[in-house]
Write a protein that binds this ligand. Structure first.
Ligand code: ADP
Ligand code: MG
Length: 268
C-alpha cells in the first residue's frame, strides 16, 4: 500500500489493436520528450519488445521484465532499468511475455495482474510523474490488463483508409472496461500518425477523425518521416537519433501539448 500522502504517477496506456499504426513509436518518443521535464517510466507490454529495443535494450540484454512482474516472480521495482535518457526508465518485455497471454488465463484476477503489481510497487513508483504502457496489437489479456490499470488511453491512429473502422472495436472495449473493470478510465486523446500532407487520402482521413472525435484529437500531427523509421535499428528514440528531424520535432510538440492538456484537466 502506498503511503497516504504519496502522489502517484498518471498511467497512460498507448493502445490500438491494429499493428503498425505507431503505438510503439509514440510511446517511446512521447516518453523521451516528456522525460526532459518529468520523470517517466515506460512499460513494454508487447511481447515483440520493440519499445525495449528502441530504448537500447536488445533482446539479448533484457533479462526479466514485464512477464516476471505480471506472473509475480519478481517485485516490479527490481525489474526497472535505466535508459540512456535521464529521467526515463523502462520495464522491458522479456522473451517469456509471449506466453503470458495464455498463462494468465488460469490465474486469479487475471485482468488485474498489472494493476495489482503497480499498487504493490506504489512507494517505489511515487518517484515518477508518468507511466506510459506500450501495448501489443490486439485486444487480448495483456491490453486488457493495461486498460484496467490505466488512468487513460492514448490512441495512435494512422491516417489511412480503415483508420476509423479499427477504432470502433477499441472504443467498444474501452466502454466495456469502464462498465465493469475500471470506471475511471478516460480517453486521453487520439494522435494522428504517419500523416502525409501531399496525400489526399491522408488529409481526408485526418479531417474525418477530427469531425468524429472533435477535441479528443491532438492538434499535433505526426508526419511520415524516414528518420522515425530508421531510429529503432540504432536502439534510439528519434529524439536522440536526429533531434532536428520533422519526426522528432513533432513528438516534442506532442509532449508539450500533452502537458498543456494535462494542466487544463487538473484545473477543472
Ligand atoms: P505499432 O507499435 O503500432 O505496431 P510502430 O510504432 O512499431 O507501430 O510503427 C510501425 C512501423 O512504422 C515501424 O517500422 C516504425 O518505425 C514506422 N513508423 C512509425 N511512425 C512513423 C512515422 N511517423 N513515419 C515513418 N515511419 C513510422
Ligand atoms: Mg508496437
Amino acid at each position: 500500500m502506498p503511503a497516504p500522502d504519496s502522489k502517484q504517477p498518471r498511467r497512460i496506456v498507448v493502445a490500438n489493436q491494429k499493428g503498425g499504426v505507431g503505438k510503439t513509436t509514440t510511446a517511446v518518443n512521447l516518453a523521451t520528450a516528456l522525460a526532459s521535464r518529468k520523470r517517466v517510466l515506460l512499460i513494454d507490454l508487447d511481447p515483440q519488445g520493440n519499445a525495449s529495443t528502441s530504448l537500447g535494450l536488445p533482446r539479448s540484454e533484457r533479462g526479466a521484465g514485464t512477464y516476471a512482474a505480471l506472473l509475480g516472480s519478481h517485485p516490479l521495482p527490481d525489474l526497472l532499468r535505466a535508459t540512456k535518457i535521464p529521467n526515463l526508465s523502462v520495464l522491458p518485455a522479456d522473451s517469456d511475455l509471449a506466453g503470458a497471454e495464455i498463462e494468465m488465463v488460469d490465474l486469479p484476477e487475471r485482468e488485474f495482474r498489472l494493476s495489482v503489481c503497480l499498487e504493490r510497487a506504489a512507494d517505489a513508483l511515487a518517484t515518477y510523474d508518468h507511466i506510459l504502457v506500450d501495448c501489443p496489437p490486439s485486444l487480448g489479456l495483456l491490453t486488457l490488463n493495461a486498460l484496467v490499470a490505466a488512468d487513460s488511453v492514448l490512441v495512435p491512429l494512422q491516417t489511412e483508409f480503415f483508420a476509423l473502422e479499427g477504432v470502433s472495436a477499441l472504443t467498444r472495449t474501452i466502454e466495456r472496461v469502464r462498465g465493469n473493470l475500471n470506471p475511471k478510465l478516460a480517453l486521453e486523446g487520439i494522435v494522428l500518425t504517419m500523416f502525409d500532407r501531399r496525400n489526399n487520402l491522408s488529409v481526408a482521413v485526418a479531417a474525418d477523425v477530427r469531425a468524429h472525435f472533435k477535441d479528443k484529437v491532438f492538434q499535433t500531427v505526426i508526419p511520415r518521416n524516414i528518420r522515425i523509421t530508421e531510429a529503432p535499428s540504432h536502439g534510439l528514440p528519434v529524439l536522440l537519433y536526429d533531434i532536428r528531424s520533422a519526426g522528432a520535432l513533432a513528438y516534442i510538440e506532442l509532449a508539450a501539448e500533452f502537458l498543456r492538456r494535462e494542466r487544463r484537466l487538473a484545473r477543472v
